[in-house]
Design a protein around this ligand. Structure first.
Ligand SMILES: Nc1ncnc2c1ncn2[C@@H]1O[C@H](COP(=O)(O)OP(=O)(O)OP(=O)(O)O)[C@@H](O)[C@H]1O
Length: 606
């Protein structure tokens, strides 16, 4: 090994810890690119150089010498998460390649090292749950640092006014008793209340001046305050008026009056949302459910959300079923006959994994599509909602695999349906369009709608998981569906919000590039969602699904597989028994080689 100083640095690191396991394991070959099992536990290498240190959940106690990382210049990832390490933080001045630092859930004390400010590649900084004090350095690495958390420490002072820190969610700063200022809602104490009077009676000249000034200052203050109040009232009135006008204009443009107010509203009737009352036609396309138009209009309605093709409502019929009504907007100028024909094509797509269209309503003013209600909601919420909260029910591997299978089969059906080829492809695949019924069976929805909306708008409709060729040509194809499917799988296995399907205001990553980079740089500990990574017997299947996803996310469409091949591969993943017993909450060092390979697999993207 040429880089003896890296080995020495790691020896220095481990010498501060009490871990007999590490002392025993870190003895022979430090790095062997060809054999991950032969290298030191928790160490990642590239070409014989150390690029990652990941020693999580190991009950490590002890201190770290601040200069310990100086001789590991190519370090990309450092995670010491969830141990009991104390003492000051290390210095990162000589580690410019660091992308991820996770020191959370330890006992680090002292100030946050200002050497972090120089790390231009840093994307993840987790310092939560330590005993850090002092003020937050002025982080401002715009565009990079996406995951930042200093909550649950003893930090103090105003949060620096940098674009980066001000754009963070306030939750990143909570539980620090003396932190103040935006983005938190705690105001900083003003100077006058914190500064004790420095010339308290010591200078008679000043004193006499002071005693004369207050009445004048009082008068000035009162006048300024009155003027400010007056200006504020004028501004507030004007602001309200402008806002009202903007909302009215937007509603008028979209032809969907009062939607902003009522989409969330409960207890309203469908009539409140439908224009033109009962002049239209309600046509059933499915052998099952039947109801009259006025029953539908009388049904109490609840807004489900505002999609790209229109708003969705849950309509509860008085003596009948609950259905979902999609109120379409921005349609092509279609005659009733043309509309019927297109909707007929959508209705023909019958498959156990496609949400059946049960009816439509057509009038001059309104076009509605009526679907069955998927009572367990959508897969996006199932995957992301309540993450980290005690009430969260884990979204386990077998359920995620079922989603992967169901969606692949639904796509296969759409892609192979040559009779009505104008309905293929899906064109707007994303997890919120993957619904779960009462048995958690997978039902893909929103297929075929691009044929109903006006062409220039249809081109902009694909909002999530846009393939590179879609971004330039604005055309959806079977291959762009395969790309979207790959992105959907990445979101499922990583449990991370994907930048192009996450709601505005949430932090998310460009999943395709992120995963490719993680694999290329062997920086893979982070890839799998911990919620499934703990199911060790399923690790092989997860890896396989990740490989399929990466093939689907090939930049060039010719290199992506056809959906038939994708279905075959996804179906070949065996479902393992979904037992809680296989999970391990704290890592047993005797299992570590195995468990390390569970979360840090070597991936070959053939
Ligand atoms: N049949 C259904 N059963 C249960 N929930 C549904 C049903 N159809 C849609 N939803 C849910 O209603 C909400 C709004 O759906 P909608 O399709 O209007 O918007 P979207 O999926 O966010 O965007 P897009 O229009 O691009 O598909 C989403 O959360 C969706 O999952």
């Amino acid at each position: 090994e040429f880089h003896g100083e890296e080995r020495q640095a790691l020896m220095d690191l481990v010498s501060g810890f009490n871990s007999s396991f590490l002392h025993h394991n870190w003895t022979k070959v430090m790095c062997l690119d060809t054999d991950p099992v032969a290298r030191w536990f928790g160490i990642k290498c590239l070409n014989g150089r150390v690029t990652g240190i990941s020693l999580e959940n190991m009950n490590l106690t002890g201190k770290i010498r601040p200069d310990v990382l100086t001789n590991i210049p190519l370090l990309v990832e450092l995670s010491l998460k969830n141990n009991s390490i104390s003492g000051p933080m290390m210095d990162f001045s000589n580690n410019p390649n660091l992308i991820r630092i996770d020191l959370s859930d330890n006992r680090f004390s002292g100030e946050i090292s200002s050497s972090l400010l120089k790390l231009d590649s840093l994307a993840f900084l987790h310092l939560q749950n330590n005993n850090l004090n002092g003020s937050i350095p002025p982080f401002d690495q715009p565009g990079r640092l996406q995951f930042f958390n200093v909550s649950y420490n003893n930090l103090s002072g105003p949060i620096p006014n940098t674009t980066l820190l001000q754009s963070m969610d306030p939750s990143a700063f909570i539980h620090n008793q003396n932190l103040c200022g935006p983005p938190t809602s705690t105001p900083c104490p003003t100077n006058s209340s914190t500064d004790p009077n420095p010339d308290n009676g010591s200078d008679p000249k000043k004193h006499s001046k002071k005693s004369k000034l207050p009445p004048i200052l009082w008068a000035v203050n009162v006048v300024v305050l009155v003027v400010l109040l007056f200006l504020f009232i004028i501004y507030f009135k004007k602001y309200r008026k402008l806002k009202k006008q903007a909302v009215e204009k937007q509603n008028a443009e979209m032809g969907t009056d009062d939607q902003n107010v009522n989409i969330e509203g409960k207890g309203k009737r469908m009539t409140g949302y439908v224009e033109g009352e009962s002049k239209g036609k309600l046509v059933f396309l499915d052998g099952g459910i039947r109801f009259e138009l006025d029953e539908l209009l009388r049904a109490s309605a609840e807004g489900l959300g505002k999609g790209n093709f229109g708003n969705c409502y849950k309509a509860m019929l008085e003596n009948g079923p609950t259905v979902v009504v999609k109120r379409l907007r921005d349609l092509k100028p279609l005659s009733s006959h043309e509309f019927m024909k297109q909707v007929g094509i959508i209705a023909e797509q019958k498959h156990p994994n496609l949400m059946p269209l049960i009816a439509y309503y057509y009038s001059k003013e309104e076009k509605l599509l009526i679907y069955k209600l998927a009572s367990n909601g959508n897969a996006y919420n199932r995957l992301h909602e309540g993450k980290g909260k005690p009430s969260r029910i884990p979204f386990r591997w077998s359920s995620r695999l079922a989603v992967a299978r169901g969606v692949a089969r639904a796509l296969q059906h759409l892609h192979s349906n040559t009779k009505s080829s104008n309905v293929a492809p899906h064109g707007n695949l994303k997890l919120s369009n993957v619904l779960l019924d009462e048995n958690d069976d997978v039902l893909v929805t929103d297929y075929g709608l691009t044929t109903l909306v006006a062409a220039p708008l249809a081109a902009q409709r694909m909002t999530a998981y846009k393939s590179p060729e879609y971004q330039s040509s604005k055309k959806v194809s079977r291959k762009s569906d395969v790309w979207s499917y790959g992105c959907l799988l990445l979101e499922l296995v990583t449990g991370r919000l994907s930048a192009d399907s996450a709601p505005a205001g949430t932090t998310a990553v460009d999943l395709c590039s992120w995963v490719h980079r993680a694999v290329r740089e062997e920086w893979t500990a982070e890839i799998f969602d911990v919620e499934i990574a703990v199911q060790r017997s399923a690790n092989h299947g997860m890896l396989k699904l990740l490989q399929i996803a990466m093939k689907c996310c090939e930049r060039s469409p010719e290199n992506r597989p056809e959906i038939n091949e994708v279905v075959r591969e996804v179906e070949s993943i065996t479902v393992v028994a979904d037992s809680e017993d296989e999970e391990f909450s704290s890592m047993d060092p005797s299992l570590t080689d195995d468990s390390m390979s569970a979360t840090s697999p070597r991936i070959h993207n053939e």
